[in-house]
Design a protein around this ligand. Structure first.
Ligand code: FAD
Length: 497
């Protein structure tokens, strides 16, 4: 309620925010989490909380009247459709040169993502977070994050026999025939549950096309792990459909936080003001960057340093499909949860997830999300004329990512005598180069903050999400975001409380 005072306020309920809330609560601190998206704890008229990827309804997108599917064409035909405007779970946020997909709701990106839980190779860590001691990360914080998230790996014997991973076995075969290492990728999906889905003994989720707009079963989102544990302490409250718009220093110490309550049409229904001793920015790379850039430029937090908004990258994301021969089908039943990747990072700067195309029909397509070593970095800036925060990414900056992905797929196509699909992202368009799932940076560790996420200039303000990471993690990012948050909050609890 307006006028309330909280010891610790956390903006956002994704990975960084959930780690902060749990560990602060365990240290005895009362925590209030503020989340602009919905709680996602109540079934709709169809008895389900989340809608299916193949039949998106109002629950799919954040405040849109038409879907904006990442794979927006099939067989050359556009697949997007009209929906009613609602505070849906997936935000396709458009900047001038890139669409940034993000989860909206209690659990952040964990509600919509593939659950791929990858710890980067240790030899690559110095390039990811140069100011962080790798020994403490690999000995303590990566293991702690993996345990907290409930990470597991597919049973290799089941993988070899189940129909739902035929597409991944085809991906493995093609990778290996071209001399690329195929690696199993861990995931937070409950692998025993998936086996039961395949056996027909439980309600299907991963085997029923659920993923982008939420999984109703099987996936261990943050609501089931960190946030459940945090709530169980009795010291954490969560306010959904509340959006933080300002954080300003209060005379005499602490911060005044302005929060807008919204309804499911996105309209503001109330404006509340609370005070907090400590504020943790965990609104995600884009959300935290937008807030900090605005607050610095408009004179609310003028002492933030000039690194605010800088160092943003797309984790080198680029997508493509390959057309297989008719004798090499990928299967009409495809688990939405990827479980393998092709590692050509050292030689070619690309790590490609073998991704599903869960259409329910045989597509003869192999589909891939590549994470590449694209060196481009963009910057957020305040646009006073429009009152918005812009990002100066350019579509052409994806070219290095395409070139790196081609180090894998040109070779596989040559070996297999196959070609790229041209019908998945438009008419005669090979590369999905208009988007990212993995925004990173904007308030980089040891630049915009100190080496533990304390914002320069403002004691008691912290950044604890993906905006700390300077643009690339060499693999999917959420395990690194979680592990870094575990490291930073331990230090903050030990020294700042
Ligand atoms: P987020 O998880 O983005 O959480 C930020 C939260 O803050 C959101 O809930 C948001 O609604 C809220 N928020 C924002 N602004 C405000 C505000 N002003 N007030 C209140 N609340 C606010 N990563 C992997 O590692 N493996 C994968 O398999 C994978 N697949 C993905 C698939 C998709 C479709 C997408 C979109 C992402 C995927 N990712 C994956 C990326 C991963 O989900 C993100 O890197 C991760 O969620 C980022 O964590 P975070 O803590 O930085 O922020």
């Amino acid at each position: 309620a307006t006028g309330a005072h909280v010891p610790a306020l956390v903006i956002g309920t994704g990975y960084g925010g959930s780690v902060a809330a749990l560990r602060l609560a365990q240290a005895g601190v009362d925590v209030h989490m503020i989340e602009m998206g919905m709680a996602w704890d109540t079934p709709g008229a169809d008895g389900k909380i989340f809608c299916n990827t193949l039949s998106p309804d109002h629950r799919s997108y954040w405040l849109r009247t038409r879907t904006k599917a990442p794979l927006n064409y099939f067989l050359g035909y556009p697949i997007d459709k009209d929906i009613s405007r609602y505070t849906g779970v997936l935000d396709a946020e458009e900047f001038s040169g890139i669409t940034v997909y993000q989860g909206r709701g209690v659990g952040g990106g964990s509600l919509v993502n593939g659950g791929m839980a990858v710890t980067p190779k240790r030899e690559n860590f110095a390039a990811i977070l140069p100011s962080v001691n790798p020994d403490e990360m690999y000995d303590v914080y990566y293991p702690r994050a993996n345990a907290g998230l409930g990470v597991g790996t597919v049973d290799p014997a089941w993988f070899d026999s189940t129909a739902c991973y035929q597409y991944a076995r085809v991906g493995r075969k093609h990778a290996q025939r071209s001399g690329f290492p195929f690696v199993f990728v861990p995931d937070v999906y409950d692998w025993d549950y998936m086996k039961q889905e395949a056996a027909g003994t439980v309600t299907k989720s991963a085997l029923d096309g659920e993923i982008l707009y939420g999984n109703n079963h099987g996936k261990k989102s943050l609501q089931k792990t960190y946030i459940a544990q945090a709530k169980a302490t009795g010291k954490v409250t969560v306010s959904a459909l509340h959006k933080v718009t300002s954080v300003a220093p209060t005379a005499g110490g602490g911060y005044t936080v302005v929060i807008e309550q919204i309804d499911t049409s996105g309209a503001t229904t109330a404006t509340k003001t609370v005070t907090a001793d400590k504020v943790f920015f965990a609104a995600g790379s884009v959300g935290t960057s937008k807030l900090l850039v605005k607050l610095k430029a408009t004179g609310v937090l003028p002492d933030l340093n000039d690194e605010i908004g800088k160092g943003w990258g797309d984790n080198g994301n680029v997508m493509c499909g390959r057309a297989n021969h008719l004798w090499d089908p990928t299967g009409k039943l495809q688990s939405t949860i990827p479980c393998g990747g092709i590692d050509n990072w050292a030689a070619g700067g690309a790590f490609a997830e073998v991704a599903p195309l869960p259409t329910g029909i045989e597509t003869y397509a192999s589909f891939y999300l590549s994470i590449t070593n694209n060196p481009h970095r963009a910057q957020f800036s305040w646009n006073a004329a429009t009152g918005t925060v812009d990002l100066n990414w350019q579509t052409s900056w994806k070219q290095p990512a395409i070139d790196m992905a081609k180090t894998i797929f040109d070779k596989i196509n040559a070996k297999e005598g196959t070609i790229y699909r041209t019908d998945l992202f438009g008419v005669y368009k090979i590369w999905g180069d208009h988007l990212t799932y993995h925004p990173l940076g904007g308030a980089v560790l040891n630049k915009a903050t100190d080496n533990y996420g304390r914002l320069a200039g403002y004691p008691g303000l912290y950044v604890i999400d993906g905006s700390l990471i300077p643009g690339n993690t060499t693999v999917n990012p959420f395990v690194t975001i979680t592990a870094l948050a575990e490291r930073n909050i331990e230090k903050i609890i030990a020294t700042d409380l």
